[in-house]
Design a protein around this ligand. Structure first.
Ligand SMILES: C[S@@+](CC[C@H](N)C(=O)[O-])C[C@H]1O[C@@H](n2cnc3c(N)ncnc32)[C@H](O)[C@@H]1O
Length: 219
């Protein structure tokens, strides 16, 4: 892993911690949408790369409060479907409230950890937006991809360590990560487990290297 900001101790954990993640998002759910406002441009850029089409089924992996749902469901249209998978009851409740308030018929929400979740609609595309903990679990990545069609498009996006010289940027990544994820492992190449299964991904970075969008497809 690329070094975190100088002088900061990095907690070493053996990968994502489900109980810690549930507690983290129980605390955070109420303020989550407000906190994510600054990152909305990244969501839109990721969705442009995913390019959902009319009639498709799109899986929103770790959908949180459902911030991507309006854009995704609009793109797939009435004959398409968006499936949001989320383990935090508090985050999922907000996604459900959003879907019910708008009477969205083409949105299905699955309340379960991605690693064990099941849904009967194989995806034409999948979005992993700001889902570092999910991306660091081989079982979660494998299960999500097992629910996609051959050739399905996959986009992962979020924060990563910037180059070592960008100390201030990495300090900001560290602060954001401590609030959002339960492991700092893999923050140099968060898409690595996906890439093991999909083959080489097209990766672009921005924000001095601290934001990535990785794109691939199911072989
Ligand atoms: C930073 S939020 C991102 C939410 C959403 N993708 C967005 O774009 O706003 C990360 C979400 O992933 C969820 N999550 C983390 N690990 C998970 C897992 N193993 N299975 C399902 N959801 C998970 C968290 O509960 C949280 O809602």
């Amino acid at each position: 892993m690329t070094a975190p900001p100088a002088g900061r101790a990095v907690p070493r954990r053996p990968g994502p911690d489900r109980d810690a993640a549930l507690a983290q998002y129980q605390r955070r759910a109420r303020v989550y949408d407000l906190e994510l406002a600054a990152f909305e441009a990244i969501r839109r850029a990721a969705l442009r790369r995913l390019a959902p089409r009319r009639g498709e089924t799109v899986i929103d992996v770790g959908c949180g409060t459902g911030l991507s749902l309006p854009l995704l469901r609009e793109a797939v249209g009435a004959r398409g479907r968006v499936v949001g998978v989320e383990q935090s009851p508090e985050m999922l409740a907000l996604a459900r409230r959003r879907a019910e308030a708008h009477r969205w018929r083409n949105v299905e929400l699955v309340g379960a950890p991605v690693e064990t979740a099941d849904w009967p609609w194989p995806g034409d595309a999948a979005l992993f937006h700001f889902t570092h903990d999910v991306l660091q679990r081989a079982d979660a990545v494998a299960n999500a991809l097992a629910h996609l069609k051959r050739g399905a498009r996959v986009v992962a996006s979020g924060l990563r360590w910037a180059p070592r010289w960008a100390v201030a940027v990495n300090a900001a990544v560290y602060v954001a990560a401590r609030r959002s994820v339960t492991t700092l492992d893999g923050l140099d190449r968060p898409w690595a487990l996906l890439e093991q299964r999909l083959g080489p991904m097209r990766v672009t970075t921005s924000w001095l290297g601290a934001v990535y969008i990785a794109e691939g497809s199911v072989p």
